[in-house]
Design a protein around this ligand. Structure first.
Ligand SMILES: [Zn+2]
Length: 79
């Protein structure tokens, strides 16, 4: 029997979180500000992603960016 465990760490990449972090860094308290972080655990990478999406996270297709529930995704240059 094969058992697997996959832990997915998601941090929010929305514009508000990024701006807050940049502002905090500017005034020298960057280490105190962390973007929203949530951890999802499941049996596989796909299942962990599904759990996150069910919880309201938005994950980009290339899985490089994530947006927390209720946060607004940064706009692309195109739009
Ligand atoms: Zn955010």
């Amino acid at each position: 029997m094969i058992t697997g465990r996959y832990v997915l760490y998601l941090t929010c990449d929305c514009r508000d979180c990024a701006e807050l972090k940049a502002l905090a860094t500017e005034i020298g308290v960057g280490s105190l500000v962390k973007p929203k972080l949530e951890v999802f655990e499941s049996t596989s990478r796909t299942a962990a992603h599904e759990k996150a999406i069910e919880a309201g996270w938005q994950i980009s297709k290339n899985r490089e960016r994530a947006t927390a529930p209720g946060h607004i995704r940064a706009r692309r240059k195109k739009s």
